[in-house]
Design a protein around this ligand. Structure first.
Ligand SMILES: [Zn+2]
Length: 258
């Protein structure tokens, strides 16, 4: 829902501005995004543009979050528990742990997956794999791409609207990437996207012979903290309901494929 509003706003901004946002030099690494100069092009951002943008956003995210260094216990644990799926379903993944008490994890269209140490403290290895499988689902099923595309278009509109002066262009690059990240990471997926990603995660667990029951227990743990506002918990359906679905799938009774 939030996304829809952002898109509407972006569209409004886009139509009122002849010259768009991704001016040369500002998003130096964005490939064809750097050349976007009219609404028509912006509206047809390709998937590879979105992946480029996402990669740039993640460089910024990693620079502004506390990434667990190579020898750190969280980094080691994450690397060990993800070793079987560095390349998953045609997607080359890169993993990092963020040292933060937040109970959170996210994936972006370039194959980045970030897992917060707060979530790692809460979950067993298989539960973490279940959450990661769910996040891979958001990327593989195209949910993350569409969220990223909306954020890029919004950013383009915002910069077009902000107009003239060139003096702040290089300084804007970082803040703009930060704003894009905020849009993408705070956006909520729809209920059907969440359910589809849960099913993807379940199949992922099954495929790798991980414990499929861990999907249920991961959601039970999240359900306990349901009043929190972060993205893993703030989605519908609620975690308890999602745990019930995963239980039903694991035990082969009903709900499969829904
Ligand atoms: Zn999700």
């Amino acid at each position: 829902m939030k996304n829809t509003k952002l898109l509407a706003l972006a569209a409004l901004l886009l139509t009122s501005q002849a010259h768009l946002a991704f001016a040369q030099g500002t998003f130096g690494g964005l490939g064809s995004l750097g050349a976007i100069a009219d609404v028509a092009k912006a509206a047809t951002l390709s998937e590879s543009d979105v992946i480029d943008g996402s990669r740039q956003m993640m460089v910024h995210q990693d620079a502004t979050n506390k990434v667990a260094p190579a020898g750190d216990k969280y980094a080691k644990r994450l690397s060990t528990l993800t070793s079987k799926f560095a390349n998953e379903d045609g997607l080359k993944l890169n993993f990092k742990a963020y040292l933060s008490p937040q109970i959170n994890a996210f994936a972006t269209p370039d194959g980045s997956i970030r897992v917060y140490s707060g979530l790692m403290d809460l979950m067993t290895d298989d539960e973490l794999r279940g959450v990661i499988g769910h996040e891979i689902g958001h990327t593989k099923l195209g949910h993350s791409v569409s969220g990223m595309k909306k954020a890029l278009l919004l950013s383009a509109g915002r910069k077009g609207a902000a107009a003239s002066g060139n003096g702040a262009v290089s300084a804007l690059a970082g803040s703009e990437l930060g704003a894009i990240a905020e849009t993408v990471l705070n956006a909520q997926f729809s209920q059907s996207d969440e359910t589809a990603s849960d099913d993807y995660g379940f199949s992922f667990m099954k495929k790798h012979n991980f414990n499929v029951g861990a999907m249920e227990s991961a959601f039970r743990k999240l359900a306990k903290g349901e009043s929190g506002g972060h993205s893993l918990m703030s989605t519908h359906p609620g975690s308890a309901e999602r745990a019930d679905r995963m239980k039903a799938k694991a035990t082969g009774s009903g709900a499969a494929g829904q």
